[in-house]
Design a protein around this ligand. Structure first.
Ligand SMILES: CC(C)(COP(=O)(O)OP(=O)(O)OC[C@H]1O[C@@H](n2cnc3c(N)ncnc32)[C@H](O)[C@@H]1OP(=O)(O)O)[C@@H](O)C(=O)NCCC(=O)NCCS
Length: 155
């Protein structure tokens, strides 16, 4: 039985480990960025039999806005609905906390990078709308077009 809960500091290294299992998706600097982002974010994890299998990390930008900074599910469990359940839980919790607009940045389809076809489909199926594409985005390598996706949580 899967359980979704807010992460504690004891979950950080396991979340970093999951990110490390996805080298086609995350550049080598990302594990350290997850560590440095951790304290300023809220992270939700999904757990099965006491093992964390996925995470979604969220940074509040203002009282009414937030961004999903990192999302990852262990490769052998991808495509099984864990990411959807996590994002639904995050959206519900943020909506109840007064967040009205949620952002996620991802690699745009114009990069023509096959691994992100599924990722883009995932965000679009979860209700995110592409607002803009920026290349280069400060902090991202040129040639990696950044798609800005947003979703209103107003109901
Ligand atoms: C993105 C991620 C967190 C989603 O978690 P998940 O548990 O795999 O997702 P789910 O099983 O809940 O949903 C799978 C969705 O992905 C999409 N998808 C999966 N494989 C796909 C493929 N080959 N082609 C197109 N869409 C695909 C589908 O839209 C599917 O949603 P649907 O069932 O509603 O159609 C996870 O796959 C992951 O860690 N990916 C690698 C890291 C990453 O891209 N992180 C986000 C960076 S912005």
């Amino acid at each position: 039985m899967d359980a979704i809960r807010l992460a504690g500091d004891e979950d950080l290294e396991r979340c970093v480990e999951i990110v490390r299992t996805l080298p086609d998706y995350f550049t080598p600097d990302v594990p350290d960025r997850v560590r440095s982002d951790w304290a300023g974010c809220a992270t939700w994890v999904t757990e099965r039999e006491d093992r964390v299998l996925g995470m979604v990390m969220v940074e509040r930008r203002s009282a009414k806005t937030a961004e999903i900074l990192w999302a990852a599910v262990e490769p052998e469990h991808r495509g099984g609905g864990l990411g959807t359940a996590l994002v639904q839980q995050v959206i519900g919790a943020l909506g109840r906390a007064g967040v009205e607009l949620l952002e996620v940045k991802t690699l745009d389809e114009s990069a023509d990078y096959e691994p992100y076809v599924a990722t883009i489909a995932f965000w679009e199926r979860r209700g995110f709308l592409k607002l803009d594409v920026i290349d280069p985005l400060p902090g991202w390598q040129p040639g990696n077009p950044c798609a800005i996706y947003v979703q209103t949580l107003l109901r």
